[in-house]
Design a protein around this ligand. Structure first.
Ligand code: SAM
Ligand code: TMP
Ligand code: ZN
Length: 408
């Protein structure tokens, strides 16, 4: 018998609180004639009863997820392009003086580092997925194609010196081996340097019932408390936190070498908020799991009813997170005609596990708008709805399921 999994950070006991059953890789879109070699695993999340880190109960081997076929392009959203330009400009203003050096983990298509590169500032992206890394190079961004871990940090220091800023957006939560990463950060960071990372915020997942933030790549769901505890294990210190509205609610964490910077009051304030919300309490997590099951029942009921009434339903945005919803709810082409998405590498393929065809963005209106659009890209709702106002004007309605099932 295999032992029950222990916390990946502190080896404490894990308490499982939600189980989505058998799930595919969220970012592997098979060709319609190649459906027989999909990889599946059991997707369940638990909380460490010792350090409060929320994490998956099982780990998917990293090479299966991040390789030259990884299709996700960060530049696909105008709001995100703006977001990354802003943080790059902030780094240039406040942290990257003469001779400054910035490193980004998970630099993807170079959406953030491009601004740093254009300013002529020394930089390096680290990303194991060569397709997206190549897209960054085409923009004039320097990238090493590899996984960041302790040995990578040592190589960077030997070749380029220490970094004034290390940044990671929507990447740290993808990396189970945080011990190696944090040891690497301690090696890589200059004495007065900062490690800034931003990821979906577990408190927002619970508050908004955004359960599809849980999928293979989102190995961790961070809170200020769990990040503070993890940083302390590696001689680092959480010195600032900033709430972000992007991707359905994130926190940007700033870490420094322990004692190098004085933590702002925002850290203690956010931890107090988390405690007031009961984020680590069994009752809170059990209520979350019950809400998730209710959304599944409501969504399946609504889509079945629309199908029976002969309505056309398509989905909008073949997001990685929609793999969780589609597979957990058993959605397939019988309930959702197709998903439209702007990402070239997803088009002409089908969604992981659920096998709904993915078509280009233009298919949304061509030849006619559908009656309903299931908003898989709910984290980009404002941007998408503004862009697709004509759909609404033509009588189309949006279906959402976060925080609950509704028609807008
Ligand atoms: N930073 C971009 C953003 O916020 O849009 C990209 C986020 S994307 C969801 C995650 C990226 O992390 C992918 O490009 C993936 O290849 C990369 N990645 C995964 N494991 C990594 C690791 N150990 N070191 C560096 N990058 C990694
Ligand atoms: P994300 O939630 O991981 O950022 O993925 C968003 C997905 O939605 C990505 O595949 C691109 C797609 N998308 C569109 O098709 N149209 C849009 O307007 C936006 C913002 C995203
Ligand atoms: Zn732990």
């Amino acid at each position: 018998m295999s032992e029950s999994p222990r916390c990946r950070v502190c080896a404490g006991p894990l308490r499982e609180f939600v189980d989505f059953g058998r799930q595919p890789l969220s970012n592997r879109f098979p060709l319609p004639d190649r459906l027989d070699d999909e990889y599946f695993f059991t997707l369940a999340a638990g909380i460490c009863e010792s350090c409060t880190m929320v994490q998956l109960m099982r780990e998917v081997p990293r090479d299966r997820m991040f390789n030259e076929e990884y299709p996700y392009l960060s530049s696909g959203s105008a709001v995100m392009r703006e977001h990354f330009t802003e943080i790059a400009q902030r780094f240039l203003r406040t942290r990257l003086g003469e001779g400054g050096f910035a490193v980004e983990l998970g630099s993807n298509d170079g959406v953030m580092l491009k601004t740093i590169a254009d300013a002529g500032v020394r930089h390096l992206g680290i990303d194991p997925s060569d397709g997206v890394a190549e897209a960054a190079r085409e923009r004039g961004v320097r990238v090493w194609t590899r996984f960041f871990e302790r040995s990578t940090a040592e190589e960077i220091v030997a070749a380029e010196g220490r970094a004034d800023v290390v940044y990671a957006a929507n990447t740290l939560c993808h990396i189970p081996y945080l011990d190696s990463v944090f040891e690497g950060i301690r090696t890589l960071l200059a004495p007065s340097g900062v490690f800034v990372f931003e990821d979906p915020y577990f408190a927002d997942v619970v508050r908004h019932n955004s359960f599809d933030q849980i999928y293979d790549e989102h190995y961790y769901l961070f809170s200020a408390r769990s990040v503070q505890a993890t940083a302390a294990r590696y001689g680092l210190e959480l010195v600032d936190v900033e709430r972000l509205a992007v991707h359905g609610g994130e926190v940007r964490y700033t870490l420094a070498h322990a004692g190098a910077l004085t933590p702002g009051t925002a850290v203690a304030d956010l931890i107090a908020e988390e405690d007031a919300l009961g984020l680590a309490r069994n009752e809170t997590l059990d209520a979350f799991a019950a809400d998730v099951a209710a959304v599944r029942d409501d969504l399946v009921r609504l889509l079945s009813e629309l199908r029976d009434r002969g309505k056309r339903v398509v989905a909008y945005g073949a997001t990685a997170k929609s793999a969780t919803v589609a597979n957990y709810c058993g959605l397939g082409p019988d309930l959702v005609e197709f998903v439209c998405d702007t990402t070239p590498a997803k088009q002409g393929r089908v969604t992981p596990g659920s096998h709904i065809p993915v078509r280009p963005a233009e298919a949304f209106r061509d030849p006619d708008y559908p009656d309903y659009a299931l908003l898989f890209a709910w984290n980009h709702a404002e941007e998408v709805m503004a862009k697709e106002q004509e759909f609404r004007d033509a009588g189309g309605r949006w279906i959402t399921y976060i925080p609950e099932v509704g028609i807008l």
